[in-house]
Each structure stands twice: as structure tokens, then as C-alpha cells.
Design a protein around this ligand. Structure first.
Ligand code: NAP
Length: 344
């Protein structure tokens, strides 16, 4: 029997305007960086995406290199689009990116016009799409004029390959420059995708969040659960099926040192007092005070998506709670992602 999404899917999600645009993003979006390669069954990937859409997650975030192998997450999602989401394209926001190493030779990474346009075409083909909703420059390229990278994004939008353009992991200064160039070109920068979590606050220190507010650019923050560290899953050891247990290169073994685990245990207790799981509190924390448009989570099973959505039931923190969280999350902060997400 053909699967149909729940009729109730829009009732519990919050949708936020993305910066000063007319586009609304769900407060929680799903990323397909991990768990959507060929190492995971189609049925599991399908179950995660179905559950997400059923719960009001309309935004699915991809990139050319997600897998393993690179490209396989887009292929896998293309199959789900065809088999499950056919007929719902206008209810979905799909994004992709280019910036990291994708194919051999001098044109397979970074920020040239040559690479970005070719990569966007490849992504569309892998997903079986005519257009993506958002296309990103995945990382700042120090060796390509910023004008060239932004002109490539402008072209990608004007040629109909994407509806909107964004940037990822650019620091505050570079963001200001990119936004100004795009304004001049006539294709505004819709959104920025930086890393952000209780354990990783570079967007505050660098002034990026302030810059985005001033410029009217939306924000979708990746790894709000610090790749799973901000959940209770590692408190009793390392499950074999977890990202740490699978030895994924992005999850460094020293993330789970004794000091960090002690801090995570304390954070877990604060979450319990709030009546939330630690994952829910971590998501609520990035969304607090409406500074962030969407929290971009990953999930290895549908139940995790369900748990995460529960965060929306309580997005408010008292000043005391925030102070208490800072005691364990700020001083013992783990700098998982620097300004550019070099591990991806
Ligand atoms: P995350 O939400 O911090 O971590 C996701 C992981 O946390 C899951 O794979 C799962 O770990 C665990 N998890 C999720 N919900 C849970 C729950 N309720 N209870 C227990 N564990 C739970 O995010 P991420 O996967 O690192 O990144 C999210 C997305 O951000 C990516 O898919 C990608 O779209 C984007 N991203 C972008 C960049 C960039 O440079 N722009 C870089 C990185 C990521 P297990 O797999 O161990 O079960």
C-alpha cells in the first residue's frame, strides 16, 4: 500500500520566517549528512524521512558529499522523493551545497564558478529534481574572489537551479562581505548555516549571530546535539550503533573524555528537572529567544526525530537555568567545530 503523510503533520511544528524573507522554515529541520549513505538500509532511511515529514519537518538538508560514499545521500533521498514524497514537492524545502572535496582534479572542491555550477547540476541529477530550494556555498574559499563565488550562487538562482542562496560556516566579517555582494547582484543571501550548540558557541564569540540579525539573514544551525553528545546515549558507555561506536571520523574519540562526560551528566540532570530529555533541552537551547530560525538535527532512527520534536513543548529558560547550563557547558566547552567545518 502506498504511504501517505499524516493529515496532522502541520499541527505541532513551529514555522519561523527565515531572516527578512517570505520563506518559513520549520523550527527543526533534518540533515542527511550521516545515516543516509549506502551503509544504511533504504527502509531505515525511508522510515526516518517519513516520520520527519509526518511531524511537520518540511526541510531536508543535503550536500554533494554526504554519504558514504559522497553523493549517496542525495541518491538515497532521490529514491525517497520518488517513492514517498512524489506529489508533495511544493510542501518540501530541499537544500544542497558544494564546497568540500567531491571529484578529482582542480575543479572538484572550494568556491569557483566552474565547481559550484557543475556540482549543483550533479546534485539535481542525483536527486531527480528540477531545482533545489536553497543552494549553499559550503565553505569560504580563501583562494577564489568572494565575488566569483557569490556570482556563481546568483547564476544558480537566476538560471532556476535553486530558489534561494545561502552560505555555510563563513565567519562574521566574510558574511558581511558576502551579503553586500549578493545584495548588489540582486539575489539576497537568504540564510547562513553555522555550527552551534551549548558546547560550541563560536557564533556568539565571533559576532555572527548579531551580524545575521543586523543583515536580516536567517540562520539554520547544524549539530545542535554536538553529534549526539548532548543526549543521554553516551552516559552508560558507547553503543555500537552510535556515531562514536561506528568510529565516524567526524566524532573524535576524545569528545567522550571523563570531564566532558561528567558535564554531560550534569546537563542531563538539568534537563530532567525541566521535564525534558537532554536532546530536547539542547535543541530548545539553540532556539531560545528566537535568535535562530531552525535547529538542524541528524537522526539514525525515527524515534530520535520524535524525541527531538518534543523540544518545541518548552523553549523557555529561566536566567537561573541558563546560568546553571553555562557552568557545565561553557567552561567545559568542547570546540567541536571551528569556524569552518573542516571535518566534513
Ligand atoms: P546533531 O543533531 O548534533 O547529531 C545527530 C546525532 O545525534 C544523530 O545521528 C544521533 O546519533 C543523535 N541523536 C539525534 N537525536 C537523538 C535523540 N533524540 N536521542 C539520542 N540521540 C539522538 O546533528 P549532526 O548529525 O551532526 O548534523 C545535522 C545536520 O547538519 C547534518 O545532517 C547536515 O545536514 C548539517 N551539517 C552541516 C555542516 C556544514 O558544514 N554546513 C556540517 C555538519 C552537519 P547516532 O547516529 O549516534 O544515533
Amino acid at each position: 500500500m502506498n504511504w501517505k503523510p499524516s493529515d496532522q503533520r502541520y499541527s505541532n511544528m513551529i514555522y519561523n520566517y527565515c531572516g527578512k524573507s517570505g520563506l518559513k522554515l520549520p523550527a527543526i529541520s533534518l540533515g542527511l549528512w550521516h545515516n543516509f549513505g549506502y551503509d544504511v538500509s533504504h527502509e531505515r532511511k525511508q522510515a526516518i524521512c517519513r516520520r520527519a515529514f509526518d511531524l511537520g519537518i518540511t526541510h531536508f538538508d543535503l550536500a554533494n558529499n554526504y554519504g558514504p560514499p559522497p553523493g549517496s545521500a542525495e541518491k538515497s533521498f532521490g529514491r525517497i522523493l520518488k517513492e514517498d514524497f512524489a506529489g508533495y514537492r511544493d510542501q518540501l524545502l530541499i537544500s544542497s551545497k558544494a564546497g568540500y572535496d567531491m571529484w578529482p582534479g582542480p575543479y572538484g572542491e572550494w568556491g569557483s564558478r566552474k565547481y559550484l555550477i557543475a556540482s549543483c547540476d550533479q546534485s539535481l541529477k542525483r536527486m531527480g529534481l528540477d531545482y533545489v530550494d536553497i543552494f549553499y556555498s559550503h565553505r569560504f574559499d580563501p583562494n577564489t574572489p568572494l565575488e566569483e563565488t557569490m556570482m556563481a550562487l546568483d547564476h544558480i538562482v537566476r538560471s532556476g537551479r535553486a530558489l534561494y542562496a545561502g552560505i555555510s560556516s563563513y565567519n562574521s566579517d566574510r558574511t558581511r562581505r558576502a551579503v553586500a555582494i549578493m545584495k548588489e547582484l540582486g539575489t539576497p543571501c537568504l540564510i547562513h548555516q553555522p555550527s552551534y550548540s551549548m558546547l560550541n558557541r563560536w557564533v556568539e564569540d565571533d559576532g555572527l549571530l548579531d551580524t545575521l540579525e543586523e543583515e536580516g539573514v536567517g540562520s539554520i544551525v547544524f549539530s545542535p546535539l554536538a553529534q549526539g553528545m548532548l543526549t543521554d546515549k553516551y552516559l552508560g558507555g558507547v553503543p555500537e550503533t552510535s556515531r562514536a561506536g561506528k568510529d565516524k571520523p567526524s566524532f573524535r574519540p576524545d569528545f567522550l573524555n571523563d570531564q566532558n562526560l561528567e558535564n554531560i551528566r550534569a546537563l542531563n540532570e538539568i534537563a530532567k528537572k525541566r521535564g525534558q530529555s537532554l536532546a530536547q533541552m539542547a535543541i530548545a537551547w539553540v532556539l531560545k529567544k528566537g535568535r535562530v530560525t531552525s535547529a538542524l538535527i541528524g537522526a539514525s532512527k525515527p524515534e530520535q526525530v520524535e524525541d527531538c520534536i518534543g523540544a518545541l513543548d518548552n523553549l523557555n529558560f529561566s536566567e537561573n537555568e541558563l546560568k546553571e547550563i553555562d557552568q557545565y557547558a561553557k567552561d567545559g566547552a568542547i570546540n567541536i567545530w571551528a569556524q569552518s567545518a573542516e571535518l566534513e
